[in-house]
Design a protein around this ligand. Structure first.
Ligand code: 9MR
Length: 597
């Protein structure tokens, strides 16, 4: 088994770490050889670490000081060797574009064209065009009878969530927010605009608007379309957090709320290209969580598009205000209808979504009422954790930490300090991790790779705010793990590295089940090892109990608990890889960073 390291190589001047599994207790000598086999650097590994996450005894080899560049390098240690690798600039030049293109290829309601998708293999006719549906009604699995709603909605556009064709406001929200935050971060810190107009492969390239915003707008338009029309009264189970027989339904004014999802009435078989999906599409009842996701994203949209498309911005702001008011009127409507055919994205605590939405509305409008709400929230001064679809307070904190002039300087400095403190905690966890990743635990959750990417995003911001190099090294540690520095010796990113993930759980990129269908396009990140809930699928069920946490993964299309892909996982990949590809700030700009903190 070769020495584990990033399978795309290293940047000159960047951190260079590799992992050698070896039971020897003492440090082990290593040598870096050039393509002619001549040693160009040497040293000793760190001490042995007994690593529960990988189930191995490992040694960290740090050859960051090696200054040679080129390709064909080989690392040698303890009788093991690496594959030949490069030390070269521009390693991350293509990844951000590929990772963003995944969103284009996940678009609903439009044909995916070969010239944008990178080849004929990935072209397909439009799926769900239009995506119009009525509300789900009738008896669910617990015998509760849902009343439906008196309209249908055209919820076209948006991105398919993952391997399935559901489109969910909770999850759509964090995914599109993350892409938009990447744009706002660059704007607010005076860094180069990521994906300027014409840089990406998109139908909208050349329209005068940054391509990143064009892609994001496809999702925002869908989210806006999911808002409940004014004057709508619905009977919903208020305050109930779980399905059970005998739910009590109460009539509420649902105007301005957002439907939780639009999805298939039954799970479709694998594979099913979107254009072949014949299932009935259904709108699910509105939820407070979906409504707050809409409020937050629409508020973010309103400030970003203010000078780009004033009419769209105004539409977004109106939707955001109405959604926020609707959520305050109906703060306890959970997504609990017990029907099959799509994912749950249920949440029994909306306090973080309320904080997030208030933060976005305050950043956009500066209106005192939103400011009061966010200050009254327990999340305003809480420690920062990596965001995820169910825990969104950090998204609000990131917005406020970046918004140039909304919070008084001491409050903004405190928020930035909490982001830096989170990054410090993650770096502390690296010290206890065999593979030197910013996660010391042994519970690898569904989508564990995105947990790491979201931690990397916070470490990147800590670098932005402080200019201290150790945070940048932490970001590389995450990317290197995803690109092959892991006990599986696999790259979790399709198209990248010697042994990339190739069989995601996906209904169209399903080559392993049907040779006429394509493999995944490059730049798609697998959900990653799942040691907690892998029994959900047959592949995981067979593995459960027999895998160290980081080994609970298979490159198998059926393994949806481990090898699904999803928009909320690819979005931080876009964010982090774009950040890594950015030219480092000039020394002058670094000093300015010290001041903004
Ligand atoms: O990302 C979700 C994960 O946190 C949950 O544990 C899991 C099971 O409920 O669901 C994941 O989300 C899936 C969604 O419900 C449906 N589309 C695919 C998503 C990724 O697997």
């Amino acid at each position: 088994m070769p020495i584990r390291m990033s399978q795309i190589g290293f940047l000159p001047g960047g951190p260079k770490r590799a992992i050698l599994p070896d039971p020897a207790p003492a440090p082990i000598p290593w040598r870096l050889l050039d393509r002619a086999g001549a040693p160009v650097a040497s040293g000793m590994s760190g001490p042995a670490i007994d690593d529960a996450a990988s189930g191995e005894t490992v040694h960290v080899i740090d050859f960051s000081t090696a200054s040679a560049t080129g390709d064909g390098f080989v690392l040698e240690a303890g009788g093991a060797r690496s594959r030949p690798f490069a030390i070269a600039p521009n390693l991350f030049g293509r990844l951000p574009f590929d990772a963003l293109n995944i969103f284009y290829q996940s678009r609903a309601s439009t044909p995916i064209e070969a010239r944008y998708a990178g080849g004929d293999a990935w072209a397909r006719p439009a799926g769900h065009a239009p995506d119009r549906a009525a509300c789900i009604s009738g008896r669910d699995a617990d015998g509760n009878v849902w009343g439906g709603c008196p309209y249908t909605l055209d919820a076209s556009r948006g991105w398919y969530d993952a391997g399935d064709h559901g489109k969910y406001l909770v999850n759509g929200g964090i995914a599109v927010w993350t892409l938009l935050n990447l744009w706002e971060r660059a704007h607010s810190l005076g860094r180069p605009a990521p994906f300027p107009d014409g840089s990406a492969r998109l139908p909208e390239a050349g329209n005068g608007v940054d391509d990143l915003l064009d892609e994001a707008r496809w999702e925002v338009e869908f989210m806006l379309a999911m808002q409940v029309p004014a004057g709508t009264h619905l009977r919903l189970p208020v305050g109930e957090t779980r399905s059970r027989p005998g739910l009590r339904f109460t009539e509420i004014d649902a105007s301005g709320m957002a439907h939780h999802k639009i999805a298939d009435a039954r799970w479709t078989a694998l594979p099913t290209p979107p254009q072949d999906d014949r299932e009935t599409r259904l709108l699910y009842p509105p939820s407070t969580g979906a409504t707050l996701n809409l409020a937050a994203v629409a508020a973010q949209c309103a400030r970003i598009w203010r000078t780009i498309d004033a009419a769209f911005s105004a539409r977004c702001l109106d939707a955001a205000r109405r959604a926020y008011a609707a959520a305050k009127r109906n703060p306890e409507i959970h997504s609990i209808a017990a029907f099959t055919g799509s994912g749950g994205y249920g949440d029994d605590d909306f306090s973080d979504e309320f904080f997030w939405a208030a933060a976005e509305l305050y950043a956009t409008t500066g209106e005192p009422s939103y400011g009061e709400d966010l200050r009254a929230s327990r999340w305003f001064a809480a420690p920062i954790a990596e965001p995820e679809w169910r825990h969104t307070a950090t998204l609000g904190a990131m917005t406020l930490a970046l918004a140039p002039d909304r919070l008084p300087p001491p409050d903004r400095a405190a928020l930035r300090g909490r982001i830096v403190a989170a990054a410090d905690r993650f770096l502390g966890e690296e010290q206890q991790s065999g593979y030197r990743i910013p996660f010391a635990g042994t519970d690898y959750v569904w989508g564990s790779n995105a947990v790491l990417l979201n931690r990397a995003m916070l470490m990147a911001l800590a670098d932005d705010f402080t200019g201290e190099a150790r945070y940048r090294a932490g970001v590389f540690d995450v990317m290197d793990y995803l690109l092959g520095r892991n006990p599986l010796d696999r790259s979790f990113i399709s198209g990248y590295g010697a042994r990339p993930m190739a069989n995601p759980h996906h209904r169209f990129w399903a080559h392993s089940l049907d040779p006429r269908l394509p493999p995944p396009p490059p730049g798609l990140v697998s959900g990653g090892p799942n040691s907690v809930s892998l029994r959900a699928d047959a592949v995981g069920a067979a593995l459960a109990g027999h895998c160290a946490p980081q080994m609970c993964w298979r490159d198998d299309i059926r393994a949806f608990s481990m090898n699904e892909v999803a928009i909320n996982w690819n979005a931080p990949l876009v964010w982090v890889s774009t950040w890594l590809a950015e030219p480092p700030p000039t020394p002058l700009a670094s000093r300015a960073r010290q001041r903004i903190r």
